[in-house]
Design a protein around this ligand. Structure first.
Ligand code: SAT
Ligand code: MN
Length: 596
């Protein structure tokens, strides 16, 4: 008798008609075989799927170039198919599930003819964790299959967990012909199902990541009383050896990976990495909030990564311990066969091939690496990996940070007075758009509540309500802070040095948790005065530090209008408690607002 899993795989094969079906076991030997196939047999846009890189300097590293039209998430082609539009909310593209299935069935019909269908059973979360979920994805692309080995726990552990049950999250993926006109990422939360067609890009094609671990999981979390969040998780060890765990939400390409692997600029402080992108947060039996990282690897932005900005990541990328490490859409230095990107240490290559496979001419001023070029690497290669990373219960979270990229307005750090005010801070976050999503104007500011705008799988108004409800279940709620490393001065220069110096902000946060740090209350929250921050060894004038916290009510008037417009979209789904906080902020700032 076929198991439910075998039956489901059989149905996918009947639809997509591959010439071969291959069940992945997740072994290194298998990954090596898949890489060989990608070097010798399969191509994308005329290039081999994989190319071996300089093994001496970058052990076990391979280069991949995706189709030039397929280098970032496509939010405009991403749909959440609840039975009704209202449940999806104005934050999602919506399609009726039946209509979506009909449309997608036509695309998937026979799309794997002449190709291999790879079947990938995998776990999101450590297999021993009560919070982990078993999943299966099928794909016709060896880059996706190799990436899934790095990013998830792939193979027997998941098969064992699924056994003879129906209890697995399903993902059907095909790169199709990579035609953007025929590219769709469809989510069916009622069925724990994702159908993705026409893209090989990480966020569109590694279905355990944004599609399941955020969009579908956020719906599961709403039903089951937990939170699936776009957050890094880090432990900060103080000079006495005490570790405090913090989760931080920042939009894509705003520095989550750099923060998660930070090399502390303050002596005696150490950072331990638990995750760099996704956190599943559950209320533990002791009434604290516990976080697990459902992933097993990092899919991070390459440009700007160097031994100055993120030395631990450079070490991770050069480790080669867990096979393999991938570089996607970076450039290649032709003289050394090493990956290269803007901002990497060392000299700019004399002869390089750019992310589109063309000879790069530095004089023309074009970028050699795509702004959203990425590395894919196992977290087990990371020297700062926390020993708690595989703790089935997760780590207890003492602070939640909401951040974005804002040149003006938002202070370096501000603490909220309560969970409710903290949730409001999350809902009012905005950020400058980065290259992580195609077809959006890079640099423009958009509202991005909790950094979840592209990832919340249901009506965001209800999501805000869910956050408030989770708070009510917590006996020891984490403190909530807003952060912003990106404030600029009158010359457009970043005021705060960022990177390893962000530990100074973390130190203040930890001291606040322990009731040790000084602070003052302002309209926009509790902030440190210059004397309350450890600025030892930094050469920033006090006036500049004050600029990082300055409040200009005139600027806030426009911001409040934007926030009100944004929150109004969700109609009665936006909780009254959030409007209360909104009115209270306006009142404290002395700004008159329409919303009564
Ligand atoms: O969506 S990805 O996970 O590929 C990258 C990102 O935008 O965070
Ligand atoms: Mn992300």
């Amino acid at each position: 008798m076929a198991t439910p899993l075998e039956k489901w795989v059989d149905e996918q094969a009947k639809l997509t008609k591959p010439s071969k079906i291959y069940w992945c076991d997740g072994s290194e030997e298998e990954a090596r075989k898949l890489i060989e196939i990608g070097i010798k047999e399969e191509t994308i846009n005329g290039h081999p799927v994989f190319q071996k890189l300089n093994d001496k300097n970058w052990p076990n590293a391979y280069y991949h170039q995706s189709h030039p039209n397929d280098v970032a998430r496509t939010e405009q082609l991403t749909f959440v198919c609840h039975p009704d539009r209202e449940t999806a909310g104005p934050n999602n593209n919506w399609m009726d599930p039946k209509e979506a299935k009909t449309k997608m069935t036509a695309l998937f019909d026979g799309c794997m003819k002449g190709r291999t269908m790879y079947v990938m059973p995998y776990m999101m979360g450590h297999p021993n964790s009560p919070y982990a979920k078993a999943c299966v994805q099928v794909t016709d692309n060896c880059y996706v299959a190799v990436s899934m080995r790095i990013m998830t726990r792939l193979g027997k552990v998941a098969l064992d967990r699924i056994g003879n049950t129906e209890n697995f999250v399903r993902g059907l993926h095909s790169v199709g012909d990579l035609n953007p006109e025929r590219r769709f990422i469809m989510h069916f939360p009622q069925e724990n199902l994702v159908w993705s067609f026409g893209s090989g890009y990480g966020g569109n094609a590694l279905l355990g990541k944004k599609c399941f671990a955020l969009r579908i999981a956020s719906c599961l979390g709403q039903k089951e009383g937990w939170l699936a969040e776009h957050m890094l998780i880090m432990g900060i060890e103080d000079p006495k050896g005490k570790v405090t765990y913090i989760a931080a939400a920042l939009p894509s390409a705003c520095g989550k990976t750099n923060l998660a692997l930070m090399q502390s600029a303050l002596p005696g402080y150490k950072v331990w990495t638990v995750g760099d992108d996704i956190a599943w947060l559950n209320v533990g039996p002791d009434g604290r909030l516990y976080a697990i990282n459902p992933e097993a690897g990092f899919f991070g932005v390459a440009p700007g990564t160097s031994s100055k900005t993120n030395p631990k990541m450079v070490e991770t990328l050069k480790s080669g311990k867990f096979f393999p490490t991938l570089f996607t859409n970076t450039a290649i230095d032709n003289d050394t066969n090493e990956p290269w990107w803007e901002g990497l240490d060392g000299a700019v290559p004399k002869h390089a091939t750019d992310w589109q496979g063309l000879a790069w001419d530095a004089a023309k001023g074009t970028k050699a690496a795509h702004a959203n070029s990425r590395f894919t690497v196992s977290m087990y290669n990371c020297p700062s990996l926390s020993k708690e990373v595989d703790n089935p219960q997760g780590v207890p979270i003492s602070a939640i940070l909401f951040g974005g990229k804002r040149a003006k307005l938002i202070p370096l750090v501000a603490e909220s007075l309560s969970w409710q005010q903290g949730v409001f801070i999350g809902t009012r976050m905005g950020s400058e758009i980065t290259a992580a999503a195609s077809s959006l104007t890079v640099g423009a500011t958009r509202r991005d509540p909790m950094a979840m705008l592209p990832f919340c799988g249901y009506n965001m108004g209800d999501y805000f309500g869910h956050w408030l409800n989770v708070g009510k279940k917590l006996k020891h709620a984490p403190k909530i802070f807003s952060i912003n490393w990106f404030r600029t001065d009158e010359n457009g220069k970043f005021i705060w040095p960022g990177f390893g110096d962000n530990i100074r902000v973390m130190k203040w946060i930890i001291d606040r948790i322990e009731g040790k740090a000084g602070a003052k209350e302002t309209a926009i929250g509790i902030i440190p005065e210059a004397k309350d921050l450890d600025l030892s060894g930094l050469n920033i004038p006090q006036s500049k530090i004050e600029q990082l916290f300055s409040v200009n009510p005139a600027e806030w008037t426009g911001e409040l209008e934007e926030i009100e417009k944004y929150l109004t979209q969700f109609g009665s789904h936006t909780p009254e408690a959030i409007w209360q906080e909104y009115r209270s902020l306006a009142e404290k700032l002395g700004v008159t607002v329409a919303k009564k």
